[in-house]
Structure formats: structure tokens, C-alpha cells
Design a protein around this ligand. Structure first.
Ligand code: SF4
Length: 107
């Protein structure tokens, strides 16, 4: 399970640059670059959303990833040792991205 760092502090699941979820979903089934991927588990932090993040966020998460052209993608599982999710001002999932994405089939 990859190490997960996340800069999306506008997400309710973010706790000090870590994700409190044990498993996240990354989208971008036609992605050819990092900007076309997104964290589908994003939930905007705010009133009414669950923002009572505990300090139990671990630095590893299971990643179910749809970005099948990424060189780390193996049958929708991420095989990278560590990934970085970015989008510090994101208001929606499409403002986030997996910055570790590397296209295997693009040239
Ligand atoms: S590194 Fe590649 S396979 Fe892993 S989550 Fe990011 S886009 Fe998906």
C-alpha cells in the first residue's frame, strides 16, 4: 500500500498533509497527464461536513485508481511506493490531482 501525502487541506479527510482514509479512489480513466487525474474521495471541508478529523491519519492508504495509463497502475491498484495528491485550493474533486502520475503509453 503506497505512502500517501496530500496537500489538499480543503478536504475534510486531510489531517496535517496526511489522509485519514484507509482507502481512496483516484479517477482519470483517460488521463494522459497528472492534471487529468483527481482524487474522487475528496470532500470539501466546511460546515456540515465531517471535519472532526482525528489524529489517526496514517501515512499509507489503499489506492483504487482508474488512471490505467499510469505506469504505476496494475489492474486499478497503485503500485507506486509513495504518491502525492495535490490541489491546495481545491473546492471540488476535479481541482485535485495525483502528482505522481506518469504516463506509460504517452510519447
Ligand atoms: S501514481 Fe499512478 S497508479 Fe498511483 S494513484 Fe497516481 S495515477 Fe494512480
Amino acid at each position: 500500500m503506497p505512502e500517501l501525502k496530500c496537500t489538499v487541506q480543503t478536504c475534510a479527510h486531510n489531517s496535517q498533509m496526511l489522509c485519514e482514509l484507509d482507502a481512496i479512489k483516484v479517477g482519470g480513466d483517460t488521463a494522459k497527464n497528472a492534471g487529468e487525474t483527481c482524487c474522487d474521495s475528496f470532500v470539501q471541508r466546511g460546515e456540515g461536513s465531517m471535519s472532526n478529523v482525528t489524529n489517526s491519519a496514517s501515512d499509507r492508504s489503499e489506492i483504487d485508481c482508474k488512471a490505467c495509463d499510469c505506469k504505476y497502475n496494475d489492474n486499478c491498484k497503485c503500485e507506486a511506493g509513495a504518491i502525492s495528491v495535490e490541489g491546495s485550493t481545491a473546492k471540488r474533486a476535479d481541482g485535485t490531482e495525483c502528482a505522481t502520475f506518469e504516463c506509460e503509453k504517452c510519447y
